[in-house]
Design a protein around this ligand. Structure first.
Ligand code: GDD
Length: 415
């Protein structure tokens, strides 16, 4: 007898241009999900993790960016990783659960038994096959990836309480004002197709409420929900909170790394985490060198094959150098992301920084920061086509595109 294999699909929520504002000035040129971490567009990392899911048939990227912004990348990553990837464009934001529901027919086309849902802006090792196993053991509608964080930082996330024995999700509150728990939602889920009927219920309830409001002076006690359009459904507040404690949702705790990538500063930190992971998953993407024929390389470094780096340069740790970058003699780079077509001239130093596309750093210039990933100016960011002239020093600054710096600057946003 032929055993019918269960099919699995994955949906990566990529949001849209309005979500990119916190990533300025880097989101002017590239949608945030395509910004490179460890030399690969941010979404490459979850997509390549999906490849490890048994019986994966399709990865969907769902967002409200224009199709053309993703078309090229979707076809190149599908070829490179041999995973079918499709971009699905919403006409407007529907919220994290609403967007899944909006494309339910496409997502269910191949009748998958399970659906992974991943936020694009998280950095972790995506233990997806283990989550699926755990989910099958627990049963229910879904399993959430969770992690323990410091009590001070927990309120930036969905805080939750889980049964220590059964792992059932008992209580869930999104970004609460008062502390609930240091166990938080990582934004990575696996669901059965039943999730669509749960979203539909919320959807219908909303429509009923809207009708009621139209005919009477009925006031919903849930003020937040009142102002939302009826087809806008949030996974956390509208689905996870009400479903907690009903033996429908379970948790899978990761002991590995996990970060949220909400700022350019965090992208330098997450680049380091992914480079370190490449040692195990994709060692061919890391370079080495001892200063003889190639530059001296310290720690984890990615250099695009088209980049030209002088053998007397010293690179690393945590450096990623994109296409067509030129790095001259005596240059020192550490903890930085250097984007396409940048030129770094002799003896320049770049430390804790992101150097935007087509920028140029003069001889003996320094572009650096103190490396505090959480503070606004803790990483120096140069937008596209910024010129830093010879010997100029730029410390803890954000520089908007097309600026020419001919005097040294510190702790400034240069508009
Ligand atoms: N396509 C699409 N359409 N994507 C959306 C939409 C939408 O209308 N709204 C949000 N998203 C995507 C975002 O791009 C992101 O990938 C994900 O949904 C979650 O975004 P938010 O709803 O803005 O929530 P958050 O990032 O502040 O917090 C969520 O993620 C944290 C983990 O990173 C919550 O689920 C937290 O509980 C969780 O800790």
């Amino acid at each position: 007898m032929e055993i019918k294999e269960e099919k699995v699909v994955a949906v990566i929520l990529v949001g849209g241009p309005t979500k990119g504002t916190r990533f300025r000035p880097l989101s002017f040129n590239t949608p945030e999900p395509l910004f490179p971490l460890a030399g690969q567009p941010m979404v490459y990392h979850p997509i390549s993790a999906c490849k490890r899911i048994p019986n994966l048939v399709q990865v969907f990227l769902v967002g409200f960016y224009e199709e053309r912004e993703f078309a090229l990348y979707v076809s190149s990553v599908s070829n490179e990783l041999r995973v079918p990837v499709r971009y699905l464009k919403e006409d407007k934001p529907h919220g994290s659960a609403g967007s899944l529901y909006y494309f339910r027919d496409k997502i269910m086309e191949e009748s998958p038994s399970h659906i992974f849902l991943l936020n694009f802006d998280v950095c972790c090792n995506f233990p997806l096959p283990n989550m699926l196993e755990a989910h099958k053991m627990h049963g229910g509608i879904g399993t959430l990836l969770v992690i323990k964080v410091s009590a001070e930082s927990a309120n930036q996330f969905g805080e939750l309480v889980a049964d220590p024995i059964t792992n059932e999700l008992l209580h869930y509150t999104e970004k609460p004002e008062t502390f609930v728990s240091d166990l938080i939602n990582c934004g990575v889920y696996v669901f059965t197709p039943k999730i669509f009927s749960v979203i539909q219920e919320v959807f219908l309830l909303r429509e009923d409420r809207a009708d009621l409001r139209d005919v009477s002076s009925y006031e919903s006690p849930q003020l937040a929900i009142r102002s939302l359009p009826s087809d806008f459904v949030r996974l956390d507040q509208d689905i996870l909170s009400p479903l907690a404690g009903k033996k429908q949702l379970y948790t899978y705790e990761t002991m590995d790394f996990w970060e949220q990538i909400k700022t350019p500063g965090m992208s330098v930190k997450c680049s380091a985490l992914y480079l370190a992971q490449f040692r195990f998953t994709s060692p061919h993407l890391l370079v080495s060198g001892d200063g003889k024929r190639n530059a001296t390389v310290v720690g984890d470094v990615y250099i695009h094959p088209s980049a030209k780096v002088h053998p007397t340069a010293k690179i690393g740790p945590n450096v990623s150098i994109s296409a067509n970058v030129r790095v001259a003699a005596g240059v020192r780079l550490m903890n930085c992301i250097v984007l396409d077509d940048v030129e770094i001239k002799e003896n320049a130093v770049v430390m804790h920084a992101i150097v935007g596309w087509k920028s140029s750093l003069g001889r003996w210039s320094r572009v650096q920061a103190d490396g505090d990933y959480n503070s606004k100016l803790g990483i120096t960011i140069l937008g596209e086509s910024v010129t830093v002239e010879e010997e100029v020093v730029v410390i803890n600054c954000i520089v908007l595109p097309n600026k020419m710096l001919n005097v040294s600057v510190q702790e400034e946003i240069i508009l």
